[in-house]
Design a protein around this ligand. Structure first.
Ligand SMILES: Cc1ncc(COP(=O)(O)O)c(C=O)c1O
Length: 438
């Protein structure tokens, strides 16, 4: 494994990366941005190495993907063997075991002990679209409910489901219809209990859409791009119960929060919420593109044969990677590791918040933690400070990410293969960044 040490030999980004950035500008569409243009040559554990020879600490996991670490041993082993055996047949033409094995694992690991089935896809957005398709066929209804601050993807339907305009939606309409948005529980900003926030959301949907018209309610159990908002306790169970009582399919979008990230296999496990459908992607396959919809067998089977699929969905190499990633999660008990990493991050962030009043809220669960930066007097979002802290971290060799509707949330998603020393060092840099930008 690559040496687990932060080591900078040039400025970040260095001259070799900057030269490559010019090539990127020449050949890659400007619409595809890069937050930190260091070109990576190697990665593993908690380290990314770049073309200039710099080693940076990774607190982003490629946006919550490399939970098991980059090139984790069981992933590499399985992928190698699969690539040598065969790379593609299309599961819809001639099937193979890996696809079924992944579906079997999903049936076991996702919340609830009822009979479950899955369908596999390539990206999170594709999984969300397919969850909506299944919910519509199963209910015979059209309407889809989503929440403020939601992020579900960039395809046409999922753009409609995503809340934030810039950069995800601007100029890309018209969007898919029959998508309705309700207020979510956002304890830092609304001060409501989970039950109160659920009553508000349910009343909103009841009055503006009508429960009987809703095919599904889709929600991230911990919001991702929208700012790592953790709904107050009681919110998710109350919304799920209302769905059950009204024949509405409850879809948990666990694409960012799933697969050990929050200290459980899935974020819904925390309150024992059992969704009808779960969408997964990101952490599922250690960096290879794979996504899934998993749900109640009778619900999944309402769709006619041939109605779900795609050329590459459940590609054998991606399935082999997923089986390797799940093996890593089980062998190393990464759910427990996520809780340890989360406890370290929370105590470092609490110490930081004592010195910096700009940190208005510390939230998250397990290794999915964030701080919201605000004006201490008015709670107005402070995106400028978040940007300044982020840039300081980057220049000093720590890959951090921001998020949030107002761009004022600083989020931490380290790979769970990161060592305690490296994690501590990364948070020393974060602390320096706050001091330097005060
Ligand atoms: C909660 C959630 N849903 C859906 C998506 C879309 O996934 P993808 O980018 O793989 O299409 C994301 C991606 O960030 C996400 O965080």
């Amino acid at each position: 494994m690559i040496e687990q040490k932060r080591h900078l030999v040039t400025e970040v980004p260095g001259p070799e990366s900057l030269a490559r950035l010019d090539r990127k500008k020449a050949f890659v569409a400007d619409g595809v941005g890069t937050m930190l243009p260091v070109f990576v040559t190697e990665a593993g554990g908690g380290i990314l190495r770049d073309v200039d020879g710099n080693s940076l600490i990774d607190l982003g996991s490629g946006i919550a993907v490399t939970t098991v670490g980059n090139s984790a041993p069981a992933v590499v082993r399985n992928v190698r063997a699969q690539v040598e055996a065969f790379t593609h047949t299309c599961f819809m033409i001639t099937p193979y075991d890996g696809y079924v094995d992944v579906c079997e694992q999903l049936a076991e690991l996702t919340p609830g002990d009822h009979a479950k089935k899955s369908a596999l896809f390539n990206s999170g957005a594709e999984a969300v679209e397919n969850a909506v398709k299944i919910a519509r066929v199963a209910t015979g209804r059209d309407a889809v409910a989503v929440f403020d601050h939601a992020y579900h993807g960039r395809t046409n339907l999922t753009m409609a489901m995503t809340a934030k305009n810039m950069p995800y939606k601007q100029g890309f309409g018209p969007f898919a219809g029959e998508v309705y948005r309700a207020p979510v529980s956002y304890p830092f900003r609304d001060g409501l209990t989970g039950e109160q926030a659920a009553a508000r959301a349910i009343d909103h949907l009841d009055k503006q859409v009508g429960a009987g018209n809703l095919a599904c309610v889709a929600i991230e159990p911990i919001l991702g791009e929208g700012g790592f908002v953790v709904p107050a306790p009681g919110f998710l169970p109350a919304v799920a119960e209302w769905c059950r009582a009204n024949g509405i399919v409850f879809v948990a979008d666990e694409i960012q929060s799933g697969f050990c990230r929050t200290g459980d296999w899935f974020a819904c496990d925390d309150e024992g919420v059992v969704p009808d459908l779960v969408t997964t992607a990101k952490g599922i396959a250690g960096g290879l593109p794979l996504a899934a919809v998993t749900g109640r067998a009778e619900l999944m089977d309402t769709v006619h044969t041939g109605g779900l699929g795609g050329t590459y969905g459940g590609n054998p190499v991606a399935c082999a990677a997923a089986l390797g990633a799940i093996e890593e999660m089980r062998t190393h008990d990464l759910a427990t590791r996520a809780r340890e990493v989360g406890a370290t991050m929370r105590s470092r962030l609490e110490a930081l918040a004592r010195d910096h009043a700009v940190i208005g809220d510390i939230r998250g669960r397990g290794a999915m933690m964030a701080i919201e930066l605000v004006d201490p007097d008015t709670a107005a979002p402070d995106a400028a400070r978040a940007g300044a802290v982020n840039s300081h971290c980057h220049r000093n060799g720590v890959v951090t990410l921001t998020c949030g509707t107002w761009g004022n949330v600083f989020r931490f998603l380290p790979p769970l293969a990161i060592s305690d020393d490296l994690l501590d060092e990364a948070f020393d840099v974060v602390a320096e960044a706050f001091a330097a930008t005060a």
